[in-house]
Write a protein that binds this ligand. Structure first.
Ligand code: 16G
Length: 245
């Protein structure tokens, strides 16, 4: 049961007082990350205020990222994630990175198909307009927490049936001797658009890291072109720097 915050002065607007009590309930662990919030109607009845006031408080908390709304299923306390530290000097796969931390990598597939290449894919992967490209787009989760959206493109000659990749792309490439041995990665700041934010369970406009990876085989041939967005609130990329001789 949520009551209006009593500590706040009587002059404090009702929606701010409700907001404060929801924040306190989360801080105190009364409602935990992942828990559903009572419905707008129930909250209004419990606190004896109007639904408009409840909506305003809830919207504010969604905007600040403390609550998340999932279309059709309601409002939830945003999952809390410890920050993950990722080395920038080793060429590893998401599955390996998570396993090393004792977490299970999971994927929700968004696309697994073969398409005619875009001009950019032709250029980066060195494809002609007659060749095809395999695209693998997925939401990547650690245990059950979404961390990133990855959109990979590979020549379809290397991966003719992308729908057969079920958990690890690099493990699949390894089988055919096509696992990359070198990659160039570009990281830039971004604000998450509505669609990506919803998939990642954060507020629209939240900070993200946009990452482009181009991976190479030992022969120098480009094998993978991947564009990803990582949640800015969960990832730290770490690199070791040395004084050059
Ligand atoms: C990493 C790579 C991604 C690669 C994936 C393979 C970054 C930014 N991206 O997430 O380019 O496709 O690993 O992981 O590090 P998988 O073998 O688990 O599918």
């Amino acid at each position: 049961r949520l009551a209006l915050d009593q500590a706040a002065g009587q002059g404090t607007p009702l929606y701010l007082r409700l907001k404060r009590s929801i924040e306190e309930a989360i801080e105190a662990g009364v409602i935990r990350p992942g828990d559903a919030l009572p419905s707008e109607r129930d909250l209004a009845a419990q606190a004896d205020i109007s639904r408009v006031t409840v909506r305003k408080a809830v919207q504010d908390l969604v905007r600040s990222g403390l609550l998340v709304q999932r279309r059709g299923s309601g409002t939830f306390v945003a999952p809390r994630v410890d920050r993950v530290e990722q080395s920038l000097s080793r060429l590893t796969s998401f599955t390996e990175d998570m396993a090393r931390r004792g977490m299970t990598a999971r994927s929700r597939w968004l696309d697994q198909g073969v398409y005619p290449p875009s001009p950019e894919e032709m250029m980066v992967l060195g494809l002609s307009s007659r060749e095809m490209v395999a695209r693998l787009a997925r939401l990547r989760l650690a245990n059950d927490t979404p961390l990133a959206i990855e959109r990979a493109s590979l020549s379809a000659s290397v991966l003719p049936r992308p729908e057969t990749v079920d958990s690890s792309l690099y493990a699949e490439l390894q089988k055919t001797g096509n696992r990359p041995v070198r990659a160039v990665q570009r990281i830039s700041a971004t604000n998450l658009g509505e669609g990506d934010a919803e998939l990642l369970g954060v507020a629209p406009g939240a900070a993200g890291l946009s990452i482009e990876r181009i991976s190479y085989l030992a022969s120098g041939r480009v094998i993978e072109f991947t564009r990803s967005v990582y949640r800015g609130d969960t990832y730290d990329f770490v690199a070791e720097l040395r004084l050059s001789e």
